[in-house]
Write a protein that binds this ligand. Structure first.
Ligand SMILES: [Fe+2]
Length: 299
């Protein structure tokens, strides 16, 4: 069964600060068995502390009108619990239950339910509270994939599991894929996120499970948008930057974003077609396949 389930019995509990300090002191590396075992022990200890998260939530809700406390930030679903130290940081995720009002109100997609995806980082996760979200799991071989939309991909089904309270799992970057389904009731997981700057340049994919294909690539976020805006504003520096990204950026997705931004500067079909024809020879399989699709759409 994958992602890897880690059996680790330990009744001792620790505070959030103790957990973060222990991880920082040992530089978390999930690909190293000893370090993984140490990290799993830290997360188990924090998971055995039944009050730490409630305490943080109450304190922060009470202080909401004042400045941010202790570097903890909030999204709708994620809470960053600690600073980035020792190659990692701690995070809590909230998983609304199928019947919860928030799911009825906002739909399932803001919580990543129903969207098969991989991850571009390794993380250890622990079911902290509630019955836990469900997942259909799959595995794929990253090395087999060039990364263009619609590319056939072999997904090996690994079954359905849920992240129940006390369960510890290691999700491996570029290998484990899951389609999450709502928890039966509100649930919380806590994670050690491995922050490897090198992995951040690689792409994160969506998958079309039924079609056995790669879906859209999950965007690089702000870098992607900034680059598009900079190129649209068309000063020399941005154009040079975009051209150098097209030629040699380590991320195919960033090459494609830069290509797309440059292509959008051509207002005529012939100009765009010529641009994409050049990109078919760019040396990246992924960019070349996208370029062919762009040319077909223009024709
Ligand atoms: Fe995920």
């Amino acid at each position: 069964m994958m992602p890897r389930v880690i059996d680790l019995e330990d009744q001792s509990s620790c505070s959030l600060a103790e957990c973060a300090d222990a991880l920082a002191a040992n530089c978390f590396d999930p690909m190293d068995e000893e370090s993984l075992h140490h990290g799993a022990g830290c997360l188990r200890g924090l998971g055995n502390n039944a009050t730490f998260l409630g305490d943080i939530l109450v304190r922060n809700l009470a202080d909401r009108h004042r400045e941010e406390t202790d570097g903890q930030c909030y999204g709708p679903q994620s809470l960053i619990l600690s600073d980035h130290r020792g190659n990692c940081f701690l995070r809590a995720n909230i998983w609304p239950g199928a019947e919860d009002h928030v799911l009825q109100a906002s739909g399932r997609s803001p919580f990543l339910y129903d969207m098969p995806h991989d991850h571009n980082f390794h993380f250890l996760t622990l079911g902290y509270f509630g019955p836990g979200y469900w997942s259909d799991y799959y595995e794929y071989e990253y090395a087999e994939v060039a990364g263009y939309r619609g590319e056939p991909v072999r997904l090996k089904p690994m079954g359905r599991q849920r992240l129940e309270e006390g369960k510890l799992m290691l999700y491996r970057a570029y290998r484990d894929v899951h389609r999450q389904l709502p928890a039966d009731a509100l649930s919380v997981s806590i994670n050690i996120m491995h922050a490897n700057p090198a992995l951040g340049w690689l792409d994160q994919y969506r998958f079309d499970i039924e079609g056995g294909k790669l879906g859209a690539i999950i965007s690089h976020g702000s870098t992607d948008a900034f680059l598009r805006v900079a190129v649209a504003m068309a000063d020399d520096e941005s154009l040079n930057l975009a051209e150098s990204f097209v030629a040699s950026h380590p991320s195919d997705q960033m090459r494609l974003t830069a290509s797309d931004a440059l292509a959008s500067r051509f207002t005529d079909v012939a100009g765009r077609d010529a641009f994409w024809a050049k990109m078919e020879q760019s040396g990246s399989r992924m960019v070349a396949a996208e370029a062919t699709a762009q040319r077909a759409a223009l024709a």
